[in-house]
Design a protein around this ligand. Structure first.
Ligand SMILES: *[C@@H]1O[C@H](CO)[C@@H](O)[C@H](O)[C@H]1NC(C)=O
Ligand SMILES: *[C@@H]1O[C@H](CO)[C@@H](O)[C@H](O)[C@H]1NC(C)=O
Ligand SMILES: *[C@@H]1O[C@H](CO)[C@@H](O)[C@H](O)[C@H]1NC(C)=O
Ligand SMILES: *[C@@H]1O[C@H](CO)[C@@H](O)[C@H](O)[C@H]1NC(C)=O
Ligand SMILES: *[C@@H]1O[C@H](CO)[C@@H](O)[C@H](O)[C@H]1NC(C)=O
Length: 378
């Protein structure tokens, strides 16, 4: 019995590994080029100069003012009075190449839709009531490039108080757990994928099982967020700072992986830095495996429950080249933080190495976080 279920579990891990490896490169391909093209900059030269100045001071959307607020209320009327019942309709109503902050306030509710903030809709604040009450959920699966419940492509997007969920594996596991494990049906099923620069999430939730949060590219800040999953559930090559986030590993028969960071060149800026926060859950979990040869993940001052595997990290396809990874745990705490039996190639970073990975030097060089239209400190 034990042997059989272990064999099944190994099969599942092999299958899921295969599926993850089979991800084609981060994909824009399914969407039209139009959606992801950077808006043409401006014929009027005065405006161009203004834009340049703004960019230098970190004011990409004309300062901190919110020029318009749009309301989404699932229980509202869909009559065209400024109140939308679907989030996507509210985004679609914003003018193309918007360059002043527009807020979309989303009332409590479970919104069953895929939401796509396209390249030509920058300068958007999405604000929910809180992450327990404003939930966006969908159950698409199979491909990391098309399954996401929430996609954000432009720069200058701020999201607060919303949970993004991919219900596919989560639902299956709850409802027919044994059956799906035998059939190896756990599949990539992305809750959110983020492509833009200067993108911040505050008090948000991300719920999935395999490939929950596709932190694909751009500089990102996640503060006080909740991230749930089991297999590679924070993955990609974003240049991201996760401050005080709760990471909940929901357990499988074999240990999964919190991260699959895909930095693949020594000059890439990408990497995941976790500052403080809490890794908890059930079963056992590895901190990461190397989706890219120069994979980079640092935990700093994080509290680890006893669920962390002794070895901690996995080289995946890059056995023998482990010296190229930057995997480190600096001043972490809790019963899972003992590094005595960790892989020998875990890096030891000193104080001066860590300067590069502070919030201000890693994701906030130009001060954009001080120029957001809402406070991330409440
Ligand atoms: C818009 O419709 C909603 C829902 O019916 C209503 O509560 C709200 O007062 C309306 N707003 C305006 C400005 O008419
Ligand atoms: C983010 O910044 C990089 C580097 O400046 C740039 O190449 C890229 O196009 C930016 N992304 C977006 C969505 O504007
Ligand atoms: C972690 O996830 C499990 C499964 O969904 C849930 O039962 C548990 O309450 C979560 N823990 C936290 C701290 O949210
Ligand atoms: C390296 O990563 C980038 C971005 O994630 C991707 O587009 C590219 O295909 C990768 N290159 C290799 C050789 O894997
Ligand atoms: C910190 O470590 C780096 C190598 O990672 C080394 O080059 C540097 O001299 C060290 N700095 C101090 C202050 O020990």
């Amino acid at each position: 019995m034990a042997t059989k279920s272990l064999a099944i579990a190994m099969f599942i891990v092999v299958v899921s590994t295969f599926v993850v490896l089979g991800k084609s490169s981060p994909l824009l391909s399914q969407e039209s080029d139009e959606d992801h093209k950077i808006p043409d900059i401006i014929s009027n030269s005065k405006e161009f100069i203004l834009e340049e100045k703004e960019a230098k001071s970190g004011d990409y959307c004309g300062g901190k003012d919110i020029v318009k607020t749009i309301i989404v209320n699932q229980h509202g009327s869909s009559s065209n009075n400024g109140t939308f019942t679907r989030i996507q309709d509210a985004i679609d109503s914003i003018q193309v190449n918007n360059n002043r902050w527009v807020k979309i306030y989303i009332h409590a509710g479970t919104y069953k839709e895929k939401v796509d903030v396209r390249m030509n809709k920058p300068c958007i604040v999405l604000e929910g009531e809180n992450r327990h009450n404003t939930i966006v959920t969908y159950g698409d699966h199979q491909k990391t490039d098309t399954s996401a419940t929430f996609t954000s492509s432009p720069s200058n997007v701020v999201v607060t108080g919303i949970t993004f969920k991919n219900s596919f594996n989560v639902r299956l596991r709850r409802e027919i757990k044994d059956e799906i494990e035998e059939e190896g049906k756990i599949l990539p099923a992305v809750a959110a994928r983020i492509y833009g620069n200067n993108t911040a999430f505050y008090k948000c939730g991300f719920i999935g099982y395999q490939d929950t949060l596709f932190d694909i590219i751009g500089n990102h800040y996640f503060k006080k967020c909740y991230i749930q999953g089991e297999v590679d559930f924070i993955f990609g090559n974003g240049q991201s700072f996760y401050e005080n986030c709760v990471i909940n590993a929901t357990g499988g028969e074999l240990p999964g992986f919190v991260t699959a960071q895909s930095r693949n060149k020594s000059t890439d800026e990408g990497g995941f830095v976790f500052e403080r926060g809490h890794v908890l859950g059930s079963g056992k979990i590895n901190l990461g495996r190397a989706w890219g040869l120069y994979s980079r993940v640092i935990f700093h001052g994080t509290y680890f429950e006893s669920i962390i595997t002794p070895q901690g990290w996995n080289a995946w396809d890059h056995v023998g080249q482990e010296d190229k990874f930057t995997y480190a745990e600096v001043n972490c705490k809790g019963p899972g933080s003992n590094t005595k039996d960790r892989v020998k190639w875990e890096k030891k970073l000193n104080y001066s190495d860590m300067q590069k990975f502070s919030l201000s030097s890693f994701v906030n060089k130009d001060g954009w976080l001080q120029n957001l239209p809402i406070s991330l400190n409440s």
